[in-house]
Design a binder for this molecule. Structure first.
Ligand SMILES: *Cc1c(COP(=O)(O)O)cnc(C)c1O
Length: 375
C-alpha cells in the first residue's frame, strides 16, 4: 500500500521547539506566561486594524465566549451560516439559544445576503430579533463582507466572524479576522497554522479582551481568596501550546503561498476536464485556499472520484454537510435556497497541505486523471 496522503496535516517551521524549550527552562508550564503574551502580540501585528487578541483553548471556546460577551442567553435566537463545521453552531446551544440557519450564495459558498435579510425580517415578525449573526469564511474564501455587514448594521445585529479557516485571507486588503464585532481563529491540527489545539478571540476593544480572559480563567474576582461573582470557564491557552503558535507565525505567509499554489496547480491541471469546476476569487476576495475544493458534475461522479482516491490511499472529503441537514439540528428554523445542498452533493476537498511534496501532488493528479480517463 502506498503511503497515505492526508487532506491537511500539521507543518512545523522548526522554530516551535525554541519557544517550548524556553517555556520549560523558565518553568512557565501554565495557562499563562511569555509565549501566551508573545503569541497574542504576533497575531495582533499580523492582523493589524488595532485589534486585541485573547489566546484560548480552541476556536470553539472563542465562539462560546463571543456569545457570552454579546449577552446571548436562554431562549435567544442566533443566526448562523448553515454550510460550516458544527463548531460554528454548537456554542449557540451551549447558551440555551436557538440557531437559525441560513443558506449560502454560489460565489463564495458563504452566508447568502438575500436569505439573511429574509430571515431577519421573518424572525422579527415572529417576535424575536436575532441576537447575533455568525458568518464564516469557508475554506478560506472571504464571505461577502460589505453585503453581510451592511445588513447587520441596518438591523443593528452584531456579527461574530468565524475566521477559523481563513487566517491569511483578506477582503479588499483588510485581513479576515478583523471584520466582526468579535472574531475567532482556530489553530486545531489541520488548520493553516496549528498549535496542536487552540484558538483565539479577536476584539475591537481592550475591555472585551479583558472580559474574555477573565471568563476564560474561571472568572476570579480581584481578591486574595478565590471569590466569584460570575460563572467562569477554563478556556485559556497554555504557555506550551502558545510556544508552538509563535513558531508557526514565522511561516504563516509561506503556508498561505503553498496552499494557494496547490490550488493553482489543480486548477491548471483540471480546468479542461468538463466535469470539474472551481470556485474563483470574486473581485476583492483573497483566499488562503486552506482547502482546495472542486465541484463535480454530479453526486455520482463525486462519490466515484472520492472512492477512486481512497483506493490509492489518498484522503479527500465531501464539502461540509450543511447544519440544516444534521440530525442534531433538525428542529432548528432555516432559510434555504438549495445552494448548500447542491455544494454538499457535488463538492470534494482535495489534499491541500502546505507540506505536500511534488511526488504526493503528482500521485493525486495522476489518480484523478486516471479516474476521468476511465469515465
Ligand atoms: C475548526 C473550526 C472551528 C472550531 O475550531 P476548534 O479550534 O477546532 O475548536 C470553528 N469553525 C470553523 C468553521 C472551523 O473550521
Amino acid at each position: 500500500m502506498k503511503p497515505k496522503i492526508w487532506l491537511s496535516s500539521p507543518h512545523m517551521s522548526g522554530a516551535e521547539q525554541t519557544y517550548i524549550k524556553e517555556a520549560f527552562d523558565t518553568n512557565w508550564v501554565a495557562p499563562l506566561g511569555p509565549n501566551v503574551n508573545g503569541f497574542e502580540k504576533d497575531l495582533e501585528s499580523y492582523l493589524k486594524e488595532n485589534r486585541h487578541v485573547a489566546a484560548l483553548a480552541s476556536g470553539t471556546s472563542a465562539l462560546h465566549l463571543s456569545l457570552i460577551l454579546l449577552g446571548v442567553t436562554n431562549g435567544d435566537e442566533v443566526i448562523c451560516q448553515s454550510k460550516t463545521f458544527s463548531a460554528s453552531a454548537n456554542p449557540i446551544v451551549y447558551q440555551g439559544a436557538t440557531p437559525i440557519f441560513i443558506d449560502s450564495e454560489a460565489e463564495t459558498w458563504n452566508i447568502c445576503p438575500i436569505q439573511l435579510e429574509i430571515a431577519i425580517k421573518d424572525r422579527i415578525t415572529k417576535g424575536k430579533k436575532p441576537k447575533a449573526i455568525i458568518a464564516v469564511h469557508l475554506y478560506g474564501m472571504p464571505y461577502k463582507v460589505d453585503e453581510i455587514h451592511s445588513i447587520a448594521e441596518k438591523y443593528e445585529i452584531p456579527v461574530i466572524e468565524d475566521s477559523a479557516e481563513s487566517l491569511g485571507s483578506h477582503y479588499k486588503g483588510q485581513n479576515c479576522g478583523t471584520f466582526g464585532d468579535l472574531s475567532i481563529l482556530s489553530f486545531n491540527g489541520n488548520k493553516i497554522i496549528t498549535t496542536s489545539g487552540g484558538g483565539a478571540l479577536v476584539t475591537r476593544s481592550e475591555e472585551n479582551k479583558n472580559k474574555a480572559v477573565f471568563l476564560a480563567t474561571q472568572a476570579r474576582d480581584n481578591a486574595p481568596h478565590y471569590q466569584h461573582t460570575h460563572i467562569g470557564y477554563n478556556y485559556r491557552m497554555s504557555n506550551i501550546v502558545a510556544g508552538i503558535g509563535r513558531g508557526q507565525m514565522t511561516i504563516l505567509d509561506s503556508h498561505v503561498a503553498n496552499r494557494r499554489s496547490n490550488h493553482e496547480l489543480y486548477y491548471n491541471t483540471f480546468k479542461s476536464i468538463e466535469q470539474i469546476t472551481f470556485l474563483q476569487e470574486p473581485n476583492g476576495h483573497f483566499s488562503n485556499r486552506w482547502l482546495s475544493c472542486i465541484l463535480l458534475d454530479s453526486f455520482e461522479t463525486r462519490e466515484g472520484l472520492r472512492l477512486a482516491l481512497e483506493n490509492e490511499n489518498i484522503e479527500s472529503r465531501p464539502l461540509w454537510k450543511p447544519m440544516h441537514q444534521q440530525p442534531v439540528f433538525k428542529d432548528a428554523p432555516n432559510y434555504l435556497n438549495g445552494v448548500s445542498d447542491d455544494l454538499f452533493n457535488r463538492g470534494l476537498c482535495l489534499p491541500s497541505g502546505s507540506n505536500l511534496s511534488k511526488e504526493e501532488l503528482d500521485r493525486v493528479i495522476s489518480a484523478i486523471n486516471t479516474y476521468f480517463a476511465a469515465c
